[in-house]
Design a protein around this ligand. Structure first.
Ligand SMILES: [Zn+2]
Length: 396
């Protein structure tokens, strides 16, 4: 039986020094006694999770951290989330990740106000998605409901269509910025623009729309096909996350995907539910569990310093602490997928800090687990998809 393995990931936790925190990062300010101790006793370093040729998306980074080279396997964010839903795609289909967003004045002069449509709840979003799908349905586009503001638009036969090459920015990258560049791209496709305009008029008249004004399709690609995690690493594995992209990666890799009621991806997520699920999976014969917390990333996108600090402290207290206590002999790998600095409210490509704690490893002796201490050890993993094989090789 192989050693139990806990891979705990705090999405977007990494940050830059912040002036109002006296030049410290949220991770440096947050109270994280458990991670600090485990890092001190374990191996600490940095890892470049994003290939040079690719944008710093959570999809790219988490695919790499699960051991898959994104340059080989990544077809888009939409296909990963389609996998999460078990959506069957034909080889010539393209699927777009589609946000319900808030835009001032959708058009050449529009401004992206909120990538999440006011953090709309799933039940309401379903009503809106169905209303748009019913009113705007076409032979080419099928709009499929997902979770909260995150949905899917299937473009039938899209693999060979011009839209497959469109470069639309993720809406969370352009908060409060003009959308002229992206609008000009949408406008190159009369059928896509017609669908988006139809959706906008449905939403404008819908009493449940709240802050949601528009659809924002992006991250399109063909179906995701991954090798199986068990074949690669010989371990029975599971992913636990509130977000579809992690579930999609897990499902495509043949991992167990454990749904947690009340897991929201926000600061108030169901920590206990995630921890309990991880414990029962490992006690039930599982070897490896990937527990993903979205909270720090959302706070980074929102520019909320205090909430980001709090979400990191909760990650330590409500995830790292109970899990490392429940499995004192397990290997523990902790990192983030990318930085989401408060200063820029979006993802960056900075190498991320990580630590690996397991019996028999040389102790790093670091004073705390931070971006700075991780860099100072000099240990650097140059490719994100090599971190997990590295960790498995270290624990024997
Ligand atoms: Zn992320």
């Amino acid at each position: 039986m192989s050693q139990k393995f806990l891979f705990l990931l705090a999405d977007g936790m990494g940050d830059w020094p912040i002036e109002s925190l006296s030049g410290k990062t949220p991770l440096e300010v947050a109270k994280t006694p458990v991670m600090d101790r485990l890092a001190k006793e374990g191996v600490v370093g940095t890892c470049a999770t994003i290939p040079e040729t690719m944008p710093p998306g959570s999809d790219v980074a988490n695919m790499a951290l699960l051991g898959f080279n994104p340059e080989t396997y990544h077809t888009g964010r939409g296909p990963i989330e389609a996998a999460a839903q078990g959506l069957e795609l034909k080889e010539d289909d393209v699927v777009w990740r589609t946000n319900l967003v808030t835009i001032d004045n959708f058009g050449p002069d529009g401004i992206m106000r909120d990538y999440s449509g006011g953090h709309i709840h799933t039940e309401t979003s379903r009503v809106l998605v169905n209303a748009v799908a019913n009113a705007c349905g076409s032979e080419t586009f099928e709009f499929i409901p997902g979770v909260q503001y995150r949905h899917l638009l299937v473009q039938k036969g899209g693999a060979s269509a011009p839209e497959a090459q469109f470069d639309i920015r993720p809406p969370h990258d352009i908060t409060d910025q003009p959308i002229d560049r992206d609008y000009a791209v949408y406008a190159q496709s009369p059928r896509l623009l017609a669908y988006l305009n139809c959706a906008a008029s449905v939403l404008a008249e819908h009493s449940d729309a709240g802050a949601v004004t528009n659809l924002w399709p992006w991250g399109q690609g063909k179906a995701l096909r991954l090798p199986q995690f068990a074949d690669l690493f010989g371990r029975r594995s599971a992913v636990i996350s509130a977000v579809d992209l992690i579930k999609g990666l897990g499902r495509a890799a043949g991992m167990d995907v454990i749904d947690i009621p009340g897991a929201t991806g926000l600061l108030d997520t169901n920590y206990q539910g995630k921890v309990d699920a991880a414990i029962s999976f490992l006690n039930g014969g599982g070897d490896f569990v990937f527990v993903h917390l979205e909270g720090p990333d959302e706070c980074g996108h929102g520019g909320q310093i205090e909430d980001k600090i709090e979400s990191i402290a909760r990650f330590d207290k409500l995830v790292a602490a109970p899990l490392s206590e429940a499995f004192p002999d397990a290997a523990v790998l902790v990192c983030c997928d990318h930085f989401t600095p408060i200063a820029v409210k979006t993802h960056t490509k900075d190498p991320v800090p990580f630590f690996l704690h397991a019996k028999g490893l040389p102790a790093s002796g670091v004073s705390a687990f931070t971006e700075r201490t991780a860099q100072e050890t000099g240990l650097h993993i140059d490719k994100g998809y090599e971190l997990l094989p590295y960790a498995f090789s270290q624990i024997g």
